[in-house]
Design a protein around this ligand. Structure first.
Ligand SMILES: NC(=O)C1=CN([C@@H]2O[C@H](COP(=O)(O)OP(=O)(O)OC[C@H]3O[C@@H](n4cnc5c(N)ncnc54)[C@H](O)[C@@H]3O)[C@@H](O)[C@H]2O)C=CC1
Ligand SMILES: N[C@@H](CC=O)C(=O)O
Length: 374
């Protein structure tokens, strides 16, 4: 098994020193976000010594022990490389690994999301950038929060919305302090903001999609971004975090995936996407002729959630978003006349990994004793 020692560089980040024992971290999914996370844990230097990565996996390799320090290939060269045996991994984490233990799910896999509840119930903190577990039924979402409270561990998912931007915690704080969220409007897909901005700069739709994938902004399957599913999931998570009960079927979603390609194999889908280039060139030009820009906008109110493409006046904050930016406007009883606004890059491996790492540190700091049985 490859040995791993933390860098001897000076402290660069606050330590979790209020916690006396080392914090064990398992990283599921060493893709764009998971690999950036491992690099950031390593880069914390001396201040990071109390985070011990005890294992990691991809869909094809799983290893116990600390990952290889090669930032480009954290799992290269580790012994025991083999596809993950999830029941065995969860068993070992639940029953044999010392606490505190944080399970990070950077896979985007529904199978891995199935294990959050047993892990939480076994006293393992769960931190995830994956939206999947939070966007099943309302009852399933409630069960995860109950499992965490009952076991006295943290279930943290800040990076499911706006990546590293403080959006989920902001909504939680509003609710915890007695405010009421009345509505949320926003452009919340880094991939789609990038895409429309690239169209304005003369890129074709299909080229821009590939560029978003190459930069690590897109979901593991970019159709989740283009179909509006990713944006719908983010609004569902925000609405639920704000205390509203909403089912996925209640969200109205406009898709950018051409019907003819909806069921195509992934590579064929990407290859044939150029068939819609002229349509999007014209639609972007038509918006520009009206001094507007295309954005994929979402809206939540107690009446429902709607997400879709809109021409937005170019001289407004939404109209001026570029690159992979997000913007959230939250209107509440207290922020009634002028909304609370959060804006910044809302996708990308490094900002997302930083948000995941912050959640890991917060999980350990905020852990509470288990709640007594009802
Ligand atoms: N890329 C971004 O900017 C952001 C991503 N996220 C979320 O972070 C998660 C990861 O995203 P990326 O790193 O971009 O994806 P990626 O496709 O680069 O990496 C996914 C990793 O998970 C592994 N994996 C997939 N299924 C697995 C399974 N069943 N068991 C073990 N490993 C498995 C893959 O082999 C790969 O290593 C997704 O849920 C995504 O929604 C959230 C916010 C921003
Ligand atoms: N694919 C997402 C990544 C963050 O959730 C996006 O583009 O915003």
């Amino acid at each position: 098994m490859a040995s791993h020692s933390f860098s001897a560089s000076p402290p660069v980040a606050p330590s979790t020193s209020s916690c006396p024992s080392p914090v064990h971290v398992y990283v599921a999914g060493v893709g764009d976000v998971g690999a950036a996370l491992l690099r950031q844990i390593d880069a914390r230097g001396d201040a990071g010594r109390d985070l011990h990565v005890i294992g990691a996996c991809t869909s094809r390799r799983a290893a116990w022990g600390a990952p290889n320090r090669d930032p480009e290939a954290p799992l290269a060269g580790v012994d025991e490389a083999a596809p993950p045996d999830w029941p065995a991994i969860v068993d070992r984490l639940a029953q044999e690994t010392p606490r505190p233990l944080v399970f990070v799910d950077a896979t985007g896999s529904p199978d891995v999301a199935d294990y959050y509840e047993p892990l939480l119930r076994a006293g393992v903190h769960v931190v995830t950038p994956s939206k999947l577990a939070n966007t099943r039924s309302q009852a399933a979402f409630d069960r995860l929060r109950e499992a965490a409270a009952e076991a006295g561990v943290q279930y943290r998912y800040e990076t499911t919305v706006g990546a590293g931007l403080p959006v989920v915690q902001t909504v939680r704080n509003l609710v915890a302090t007695g405010d009421r969220v009345r509505s949320i409007r926003g452009v919340v897909s880094g991939t789609l903001t990038f895409l429309f901005s690239a169209l304005r700069d003369g890129s074709s739709f299909s080229e821009a999609v590939r560029a978003a994938v190459d930069r690590g902004y897109a979901e593991p399957d970019v159709r989740d971004d283009l179909s509006g599913t990713d944006v719908a999931r983010k609004f569902l998570i925000l609405a639920r975090t704000a205390g509203y009960a909403v089912e996925p079927t209640e969200v109205q979603v406009e898709s950018l995936v051409p019907d003819s390609l909806a069921d195509a194999p992934y590579e064929a889908f990407l290859d044939r996407l150029s068939t819609v280039d002229p349509y999007w060139r014209e639609r972007s030009a038509a918006a520009a002729a009206e001094s507007a820009v295309l954005q994929y906008v979402g809206r939540f109110s107690p009446e429902g959630i709607e997400v879709g493409v809109e021409p937005v006046p170019g001289d407004t904050a939404l109209g001026q978003l570029g690159a992979q930016e997000n913007l959230f406007e939250v209107t509440t009883d207290r922020y009634a006349a002028v909304p609370l606004v959060v804006r910044g890059p809302g996708a990308g491996p490094s900002v997302t990994a930083a948000g995941v790492l912050a959640d890991v540190l917060t999980a350990v700091r905020e852990a509470r004793p288990p709640s007594p049985p009802a």
